[in-house]
Write a protein that binds this ligand. Structure first.
Ligand code: FES
Length: 105
């Protein structure tokens, strides 16, 4: 699936991501700035925060049971906030756009 990551400054990174990866691992492999993923994808650091582009919200789905409280620790979270390590990539997400928030830089 092709995923577009947009940095806070507008720089776009379009990456072909295989199914079974998640939005965070693909960003790390491709050195997309602004996604640190300090915990390595364990849903416990919150440094892989992204804003899901509105038209994709339904397909990506809501935050999980452990993800929601992590997001809530961040006063700058938004309604479309997700932790990118918790978004599993499937072909259904081909074309997905995520934006990397200013506070991640
Ligand atoms: Fe730590 Fe996603 S990588 S919460």
């Amino acid at each position: 699936a092709k995923i577009t990551y947009i940095e806070f400054n507008g720089t776009e990174h379009v990456i072909d991501v295989g199914s079974g990866e998640n939005v965070m691992t693909a960003a790390i492999k491709n050195m997309v700035p602004g996604i640190d993923a300090d915990c390595g994808g364990a849903c416990s650091c919150g440094t892989c925060h992204v804003f899901v582009d509105e038209p994709w919200l339904d397909k990506v789905g809501p935050p999980g049971e452990f993800e929601e409280p992590m997001l809530d620790l961040n006063p700058d979270r938004a309604a479309n906030s997700r932790l990118s390590c918790q978004i599993e990539v499937t072909e259904a997400l081909d074309g997905l756009i995520v934006r990397i928030p200013e506070f991640q830089f």
